[in-house]
Design a binder for this molecule. Sequence first.
Ligand SMILES: Nc1ncnc2c1ncn2[C@@H]1O[C@H](COP(=O)(O)OP(=O)(O)OP(=O)(O)O)[C@@H](O)[C@H]1O
Length: 676
Amino acid sequence: MSLLDPSSTAIAWPFCKEDGFPGRPNESSFNCSQSTNSTDVNEEPNRGCQPRMRGFTSGRNFGSRDASENPNTENTPREGGFGSGRSFGNREERTEDAHSRSRGFSRRGGARGDFRGGRGGFGPSQYNENEQQERGPHFGLRRGMLGGPTGDQEHRGFGVRGGYRGGNEEVIAGSGRSTWKSGAMESGDNQGPKVTYMPPPPPDNEEAIFAHYQTGINFDKYDTILVKVSGLDPPPAILTFEEANLCQTLNKNIAKAGYSKLTPVQKYSIPIILAGRDLMACAQTGSGKTAAFLLPILAHMMNDGIAASHFKEQQEPECIIVAPTRELINQIFLEARKFAYGTCIRPVVIYGGTQTVHSIRQIMQGCNILCATPGRLMDMINKEKVGLRKVKYLVLDEADRMLDMGFGPEMKKLVSYPGMPPKDKRQTLMFSATFPEGIQRLAGEFLKTEYLFVVVGQVGGACSDVQQSILQVDQYSKREKLIDILLSIGKERTMVFVETKKKADFIATFLCQEKIATTSIHGDREQREREEALRDFRSGKCPVLVATSVAARGLDIENVQHVVNFDLPTTIDEYVHRIGRTGRCGNIGKAISFFDLKTDSHLAEPLLKVLSDAQQEVPVWLEEIAFSAPGANFSIPRGSIFASVDTRKTYQGKDGMNAGGLNQSYATGSADESWD
Ligand SMILES: Nc1ncnc2c1ncn2[C@@H]1O[C@H](COP(=O)(O)OP(=O)(O)OP(=O)(O)O)[C@@H](O)[C@H]1O
């Protein structure tokens, strides 16, 4: 029996057990993924799918244009994520009759096939999960298929590189074994497959550099958000870009980028950074933190009359920016390049999954601002391609993640590395949407004692421009529910988060089978594939992106209207970041999360608080679970639930912030981020 024979009756469908998927998918399944060639999918005959799940979109008619038109209604309280809840604040009971449940979604079979970027061959794998591990990844097939044209010989015959990292390591799943490796491997030491990928240079015409999306209808509402600054003698906030007194070139670039008004985090952070102060800033997802640190750093550099850097074996950047994922650091680099346009400041980006020599070449050509993932940065420092002597600005974006158990040790190594100016000789800036208490304490080691702490809105809170819905869905029903949601959404861009890399592959394949053009991003995909997946998603070629936590933070993609948490993450902070991929910059977005009573009950309480703080409706059942949780504590004042107030005793009370929050375990690393 061929392992790829779809007619085989002895197929052990991947994830059947783990995901609770009841048996094998329908017979015509998986043909689409036997090849990465999308035409295979499109040519598959329309199977005339029947709606499997009725009753989705109770309540607020999540994304469903059909729902309001459909006369069929049904009250199913167990699934009442929408509308069946009551608002937590005033406990107002709501009836559901105005929020009809939609039945009978029309399946648009054939309309949206094309799983893009599937790991060639992963779909048709007929091993179950354990078998895959034993035999080596089912992705193995792709090596032979894809290696040739790219000249990517070193990849052939290997399993997947990249991958899960816990602590500071990556696991290489290949040739049937898992091998733990340290970041040193990226250096090209003879420990495994050499990475040969060279990312294509980003387009460098002005139009592409300044391409941006429009701010949304709620952009002006930012002005009403409460901002708190704690610490000694903070400089006053500015209200306009003019007040920042930036040089002409920067002002021109700001205008070309379409920025006419400051966001709150920018109003407060820009003068603080211009005044030379260290800063920890916590502001909602999508509210402009990147420009909040880039603009004042660039302004300083321009004022200091920085000399154009030139070709040298070792470069000594004035600014180092680190971020936890490759895609995010690349995005930050593009922002830096945009704002530095027309100046002599040269930003460079380096990250794992790309050829080391390529990174070295980029650096050697001159580097004032180095944007890097931690592993690749340390590699370049160890190789003496980067010297730290001149570092004046050190930025940790997604700082809580950069300091947690996964990345923290590397960051400590970085700041104590020979040549790195001590904290009183450099400016250290930390930004995130979440800042758990434990992390704040760690952060203190990196910052000057008198650093300032800026909090915009609810600390660690979700962006209120995201309409959040929580649906009770068990493992066995998740796939059908997902299909229903995606079909009701249509072509609007949607990110679907799952907990494991394998599940990301599986769900992407499943969606492809269902004729929904899908791609995926996770740590087991090669960097080339990850970037292609993002390109396809951004362009709308694949309006659905299935992702692990690797895409949870920072990614700023235009028009992501929906986030679906197929699996809820393990921490509430991660939830906040994930749903923040939509509803950015004043635009509106929707997030729907599948809550499985068996696995997610621990999240009921923090979820309820996130929902109520963001003025979202809270389903009654969620409230009940939260209230019945052992040790549930609802006497906690709103706004202090994340313990992310300024933890320095000295400053408490000065600004009215209350530190009596839950002692939440802080994010200890998402399971799928790239260290290198
Ligand atoms: N003042 C502004 N005017 C118009 N657009 C802005 C402004 N500031 C930022 N933006 C745009 O808003 C979007 C979100 O910004 P950014 O990615 O910096 O958010 P963030 O706060 O870092 O989000 P996250 O917490 O998810 O990392 C970007 O497209 C950015 O270009």
